[in-house]
Design a protein. Structure first.
Length: 416
């Protein structure tokens, strides 16, 4: 046992020399960033941690720092290469040197970073989110919605001050076909740590008025590629995948595709491209309507021509039929006329014979005929006497004979 006790400073100095001798080189270390902070001097202070993959409990931790001369180069390089903010919660592969300070203790000084490791981890996380959504059966739900033929009522999720939002509205308002679009902005933060919460809140507001809109457009413009990490979350992706209206995203660049892009109905590169998509959808519908109008006009004219020819044919047939009918009717009338004439002659002959018979009967029954046979007619005051009781003595009677008349006076009342 050392008889001379160490002061704490001496012991820490010994530890420092020992570490410098045992770990003199630079080492590549895999870790997760935690509590990343930078100060006015430009230095970055952070905590490096490792978690148990099963329990998610901390199993290792170390302080870290990145001095200003390294941090001002390392941070933009990492964010440009990965599209990910250099912030807490990401996994990194960093080159460090082991430091021990008598006052501040053990720490790791970051010298370099390998962005490909973080890219791999980000890609893995994206794959895991997409796999989870697929297993839940919601991954392609929004893609399966039919795009409206007339997408004129657009709910826009963006930052009110974003240049991309202005470009989007300008493109719609100045479209070459003069189509009308109604757009309503639902403001949201499109960068930073609150992207997920802000966009979800905007989606909730749109969903509360779902009948007012045809589509949803999520756009950002002018932001750094490193701000795209907010669109790689499970909750945001799940909400968009199950949203009842088709969603168009224009939040990144050509080479950057977020989880949100993967679940949205249609992904375009920029806000301007999103506007062009809507204009093209309207134009395609307008072209189809024009084609239908042309087809309708052509078919109507063809049908009218067909009916005109049909009417003309019917007219010719009617003319021929009328002539034939008139001819038949004329012949029938002639035939009926002849039959009527014959019937009339027969009827007249029959009636004449009847009249002759009646005339003979009348002639046979006439007074003159009777008088010629020896009968006479007695008249009193011009009236025929048929009953002797009608006569009185003194009455003057006229007896008409066949030839001539005799006048007599009654002397005695006739006997009954």
């Amino acid at each position: 046992m050392n008889q001379h006790p160490f002061s704490l400073l001496e012991l820490n100095a010994l530890v420092k020399r020992s570490l410098e001798q045992c770990l003199p080189d630079e080492y590549w270390v895999q870790a997760e960033l935690s509590d990343v902070r930078s100060n006015a001097t430009g230095h970055c202070y952070l905590e490096l941690i490792q978690k148990d993959p099963r329990s998610n409990n901390l199993i290792a931790k170390a302080r870290g720092n990145i001095w200003n001369n390294v941090y001002r180069l390392l941070k933009p390089y990492f964010e440009e290469a990965t599209g990910q903010l250099f912030t807490s919660g990401i996994k990194v592969l960093i080159k460090v040197t082991v430091q021990f300070h008598e006052l501040y203790g053990y720490s790791l000084t970051v010298q370099d970073i390998d962005p490909t490791y973080t890219l791999g981890d980000m890609a893995r996380r994206r794959r895991e989110i997409l796999l989870q959504l697929s297993q839940e059966g919601v991954l392609t739900l929004n893609k399966e919605l039919e795009l409206p033929e007339l997408p004129q009522r657009i709910a826009v999720i963006s930052s009110a001050t974003a240049a991309g939002y202005g470009d989007f509205c300008h493109q719609l308002q100045n479209n070459p076909y003069r189509f009308f679009f109604y757009t309503e902005l639902f403001p949201a933060l499109m960068q930073g740590s609150q992207v997920e919460e802000s966009v979800l809140a905007a989606l909730d507001r749109i969903n509360a008025r779902i009948a007012d809109f045809d589509m949803v457009v999520i756009i950002r413009g002018g932001g750094a590629t490193s701000d795209l990490s907010g669109f790689d979350t499970y909750l945001l992706a799940a909400s968009c995948a199950q949203f009842p209206l088709p969603i168009i995203t224009g939040i990144g660049h050509e080479r950057d595709e977020t989880v949100l892009d993967s679940v949205a109905h249609t992904r375009v590169k920029t806000p301007t491209a999103a506007a062009e998509l809507l204009i093209n959808l309207m134009h395609e519908t307008a072209v189809r309507l024009a084609d239908l109008a042309t087809q309708l006009e052509q078919r109507t004219l063809a049908r009218l021509e067909f009916e005109r020819r049909k009417l003309s044919t019917s007219q010719s047939r009617i003319s021929s039929s009328v002539g034939l009918c008139l001819s038949d009717a004329h012949y029938a009338l002639l035939t009926v006329g002849k039959e009527l004439k014959r019937a009339s002659i027969t009827l007249l002959s029959h009636q004449k014979h009847r009249l002759e018979l009646l005339q003979q009967r009348v002639s046979d029954a006439s007074p003159d005929k009777l008088l010629s046979r020896g009968y006479s007619i007695t008249l009193k005051e011009g009236k025929v006497v048929t009953d002797s009781s009608q006569l009185r003595a003194g009455d003057e009677l006229t007896t008409r004979l066949y030839k001539g008349e005799v006048t007599s006076i009654i002397n005695h009342k006739p006997l009954k």
